[in-house]
Design a protein around this ligand. Structure first.
Ligand SMILES: Nc1ncnc2c1ncn2[C@@H]1O[C@H](COP(=O)(O)OP(=O)(O)OP(=O)(O)O)[C@@H](O)[C@H]1O
Ligand SMILES: [Mg+2]
Ligand SMILES: [Zn+2]
Length: 469
């Protein structure tokens, strides 16, 4: 019998220690270390390595798979993020804040697939089967032949799967509620979660079923407990939303079989999640026309162009150190744009508080937003509204020049489609969007943009003083 020494495992990142300590050295989290029975000692004898290895057959890359390698859910926004459907035998982790709509999204996906004759099993560890059924009824999906259970024992679940044909899709809602006999830690601990995930992943690879694990997210945005699970699965999707609003964004964080820069946009309604196929229109629907400090950014999310409003507020500071607050964009990127404005354009913002917000709660990662941010900042500082029919995009370099960005054509086309007439962007090279019908106003440097905005502000002021008596 192996000696069972207690070990201390960080419940956040899974790092193991042989004595308790207040702070985890691996992830820096405080009070996250708890005593657990050693996982290695707890592996039952039947699964412990035997003296000699088993001989297995090797396969070739050209081997054929008998079924379609991808399972298309039919929910376009979901398929876009997974890279064209669920891959056979793959395991996905879906993370998201409590109540964001993870169970809703998954029951909708299950129903869509079950209605197309795939065997689909939904295991809820959190809700009773009746509650899941109630939700399905509310969503009008009660007639879909989804097989349902409320279970938490991984061994029981896997034994059940062995009956009948292997399911095409399995949803485990959530991985934090699962526990396995092979690990002797208490349910909910990181060791249990990891052990359960391991067993389910092994099952997926063996059977070819796609397994989706739901994972809770902690307040700082990590999938709760084991970040180790993120490394074990094939794809990590995160379902995000902005508290007060109805739309939700599904984002690929990791994907072994597809892109990670695509987003899926949904709207939460009484009848469940509705796909938003034209997100630009949604993000621009509450535009504040004619007020200074806003610029429409012609962005790209994966292969899809996305227009979104950047809002800036520049106000004289009352503090010693001015405030810089950013929502939805990288704050070090904002510091860079501010530094370039100061160094190359003569715009002094050292005595001003700067607030930047991406409208609609979207999170932008593209450097191409630099130009739109700069335009919004200048507009707020000078009090001159930007033209309502213009979109902005372009990367700003440290030398103050505006660098070309990829996918100019799609950005311009999307803007034209939504009624914009001009684009302020890098000087077009070979890839010009002349066929989009947009007037392209190429700017070579940030200083040009600042001068343009200041000049238009000046002419607006002159006009308004002429009109008023
Ligand atoms: N009757 C209803 N009408 C409209 N929306 C509803 C209704 N009932 C629930 N919702 C929406 O569904 C959301 C809950 O969705 P769901 O249970 O799928 O979330 P979840 O991410 O699985 O949550 P949890 O983390 O608690 O499991 C609610 O926050 C609410 O927005
Ligand atoms: Mg749920
Ligand atoms: Zn840790």
């Amino acid at each position: 019998m192996a000696k069972r020494s207690p070990s201390y495992v960080c419940q956040n990142c899974g790092a193991a220690y042989n004595r308790w300590q207040g702070k985890c050295d691996a992830c820096g989290e405080w009070n996250s270390i708890a005593e657990e029975t050693s996982a290695i000692a707890a592996v039952p004898a039947s699964q412990r390595p035997r003296g000699r290895g088993r001989v297995f057959a090797l396969e070739s890359l050209t081997g054929s798979t008998d079924e379609a390698p991808r399972l298309v859910s039919g929910i376009g926004e979901l398929d876009r993020v997974t890279g064209g459907g669920f891959v056979r035998g793959s395991v996905l982790l879906l993370g998201g804040d409590p109540g964001i709509g993870k169970s809703t999204l998954l029951i909708q996906a299950c129903a869509a697939l079950a209605n197309r004759n795939a065997r689909v099993i939904y295991i809820s560890g959190e809700e009773a089967a009746a509650q899941v059924r109630l939700r399905a009824e509310r969503l009008g999906l009660a007639s879909a032949p989804v097989e349902l259970a409320s279970e938490t024992s991984v061994e029981d679940i896997l034994a059940t799967f062995e009956h009948g044909p292997p399911p095409r899709l399995v949803v485990i809602d959530s991985i934090q509620t699962m526990w396995t006999d092979t690990v002797e830690s208490a349910p909910g601990t990181v060791t249990q979660v990891r052990g359960s995930a391991q067993a389910l992943i092994r099952y997926a690879k063996r059977s070819g079923s796609t397994v989706i694990l739901v994972g809770h997210v902690t307040k700082d945005g990590q999938i709760a407990g084991p970040r180790v699970v993120e490394h074990m699965v094939d794809a990590v999707l995160s379902f995000e939303g902005d508290g007060g609003r109805d739309f939700r964004i599904l984002r690929g964080v990791k994907n072994r079989f597809g892109p990670t820069d695509e987003i899926g946009v949904f709207e939460m309604t009484g009848l469940g999640l509705r796909e938003v196929t034209n997100p630009s229109a949604l993000f621009l629907s509450e535009r504040d026309l004619g007020s200074p400090g806003t610029a429409v950014f012609g962005g790209m999310e994966g292969t899809r162009p996305l227009l979104v409003e950047m809002q800036a507020l520049v106000a004289p500071t009352s503090l010693g150190t001015p405030r810089r607050a950013v929502v939805g964009w990288d704050s070090s990127r904002l510091s860079m744009v501010l530094a370039v404005l100061e160094a190359h354009c003569g715009v002094k913002l050292g005595g001003h508080d700067v607030y930047l917000n991406v409208a609609g709660g979207l999170r932008i990662q593209e450097p191409a937003a630099d130009l739109a941010v700069a335009a919004a900042l200048i507009s707020s500082l000078t009090g001159a509204p930007l033209p309502a029919d213009a979109v902005y995009f372009g990367e700003v370099s440290l030398s103050g020049s505006v660098r070309p960005v990829a996918h100019m054509g799609p950005r311009l086309k999307e803007a034209a489609k939504l009624g914009f007439h001009r684009a302020v962007c890098p000087v077009p090279g070979n890839e010009s969007g002349s066929d989009s019908g947009m007037r392209v106003n190429g700017v070579a440097s940030l200083a040009t943009l600042v001068a343009d905005i200041a000049a238009s502000g000046e002419s607006q002021r002159r006009k308004s003083t002429k009109v008023s008596p």
